[in-house]
Design a protein around this ligand. Structure first.
Ligand SMILES: Cc1ncc(COP(=O)(O)O)c(C=O)c1O
Length: 470
């Protein structure tokens, strides 16, 4: 696109000349432009203002500007183009790197969980939704919003969530956020403002959203262990906390599903102490070989704040998420959202509302489920063939699985050995709040094609064999 680039410096150039200092004006001007090029402020290809206009702006004779430009052309900083334009010709001087530490090489195969399959973003359908959104939105949608977002999206989300996730959502109980990360941060702020001092989370669980926010707010975070049926409600019973964050449909990272009796116990625990259950329904759309499980929010809309995100279904870069809140929480969360950023960008909300209403979201998910299922199947087959010692779990849903390690295999050592073979894979242990439990690896598979999955497992098997021999 270099040929079509336009830029602002062609119109004007901010230079201050000092008429008192005795330095000739053309030299001052040349020095200012030279500094701009060296520092990178004036990038290669930037067109400078015509001499007559710049002379007029600076209140100097045109000869001053012509002389400065000629000097810099001679030095190689500028070049004269046909049409009478003068353009920056040089790049900034290379700066020594602040640290001599070399960047680690990119892994050949990346099972990193945060890598989502953005290549399958439904661009054409999304563009159609954007066009319709632009064309049809009433003028007032382009003004300031309430903290809850646009009504079109509230309606579309309530319909979708009630139909597909079994929620009890009403348009006026939904707050749109910039993904789950912001939704949980807003809730943590409101919880802290209401006097809550402790939040319970699953152990293990994600460490990069609630935990740092809670720490910054001065809230205690307490971990409650998870087993094959989800969070251990026998342990939870002894925990005094004002909120509990859960991934009941597909526990992150173990993949466990919270059993029906435990769902009831969690809700009883919350009801007895007036605690809020925050349901993170981050990858509920992907079910492969088990029946869909409804959201807990549908069982107890007064106790559960439901959180959904487009990060696993469309693209994390959209930063689109939503909260379905018990009514007494709606205004405080919406006010906190307004204070944070005056509301999420309107256009993406309108486009997503349209995308839902036209059935494009359902269509996209119908298209993607078999793709991810196939990648998961290839991963499971490769693990069974090359690494039968590992025990996969949480496989029937989502975009990742965990493979538990046999006793005696050091998780951190295996992660490091895998990296030496060109494979990035995360261990479970860094996500634990309590130490010393079974080691495991988290395999994100959504962004890897089948060949990469097989290659990654083969490399990992080499790392595993070497580690065992050492
Ligand atoms: C457990 C969990 N919840 C939610 C999310 C989605 O976060 P966001 O909507 O901020 O992208 C992720 C993303 O990886 C996650 O791991």
């Amino acid at each position: 696109m270099a040929g079509t680039r336009t830029n602002s410096t062609r119109e004007s150039l901010l230079v201050t000349l000092d008429r008192e200092c005795g330095e000739p004006l053309h030299r001052q001007l040349a020095a200012a432009v030279r500094d701009g090029v060296r520092s990178g402020r004036l990038r290669r290809g930037t067109t400078l203002p015509p001499t007559r206009r710049l002379a007029g702006e600076l209140g100097v004779s045109r000869g001053v500007v012509v002389e400065a430009y000629q000097q810099l052309v001679a030095e190689g900083y500028l070049t004269s183009r046909t049409g009478g334009y003068t353009e920056v010709a040089a790049a900034p001087a290379a700066q020594p790197a602040p640290s001599a530490r070399p960047a680690p090489p990119a892994p050949a195969v990346d099972f990193g969980y945060g890598r989502y399959d953005v290549a399958n973003f439904p661009r054409a359908a999304w563009l159609r939704s954007i066009r319709r959104a632009y064309a049809q939105a009433p003028n007032e949608r382009f003004g300031y919003l309430t903290g809850r977002g646009v009504p079109e999206l509230h309606e579309a989300l309530a319909d979708y969530l009630n139909r597909v996730r079994g929620t009890a959502a009403f348009p006026d109980t939904i707050v749109v956020s910039n993904g789950y990360a912001q939704g949980i941060a807003l809730l943590a702020q409101v919880l802290a403002a209401r006097g809550v001092r402790r939040i319970a989370v699953e152990d293990p669980s994600a460490d990069d959203d609630l935990r740092p926010v809670a720490r910054a707010l001065g809230l205690d975070v307490v971990g409650v262990p998870v087993d094959d049926d989800g969070i251990r409600t026998d342990v939870l019973a002894g925990v005094d906390a004002g909120a509990l964050v859960l991934t009941p449909t597909h526990q992150w990272p173990t993949g466990a599903m919270l059993s029906a009796p435990r769902r009831a116990e969690v809700l009883r625990w919350a009801g007895e102490r007036g605690a809020l259950v925050i349901e993170d329904d981050y990858d509920a759309e992907y079910r492969y070989d088990r029946l869909p499980v409804g959201a807990m929010q549908g069982l107890a809309p007064d106790l559960v704040a439901y959180s959904g995100t487009a990060s696993k279904t469309l693209a994390p870069g959209l930063r689109l998420g939503w909260l379905v809140l018990p009514r007494p929480w709606v205004d405080d969360v919406a006010t906190t959202k307004l204070l944070a950023d005056r509301g999420s960008p309107v256009l993406d909300q309108l486009a997503f509302a349209d995308f839902l209403a036209y059935g494009e979201f359902d269509r996209h998910l119908r298209r993607m489920r078999p793709v991810y299922r196939q990648r998961r199947d290839v991963l499971l087959a490769a693990l069974a063939a090359r690494l039968p010692e590992l025990e996969p779990a949480g496989i029937s849903a989502g975009l990742h699985l965990v493979a538990w390690l046999p006793d005696g295999v050091d998780e951190a050592a295996l992660v490091a050995a895998a990296a030496r073979q060109g494979v990035r894979v995360n261990g479970v242990t860094p996500y634990r709040l309590s130490p010393a439990a079974r080691g495991g690896l988290i395999f994100g598979y959504s962004a890897l094609n089948e060949r990469a999955v097989a290659d990654g497992v083969a490399r990992l098997a080499t790392a595993f064999a070497r580690l065992r021999r050492s």
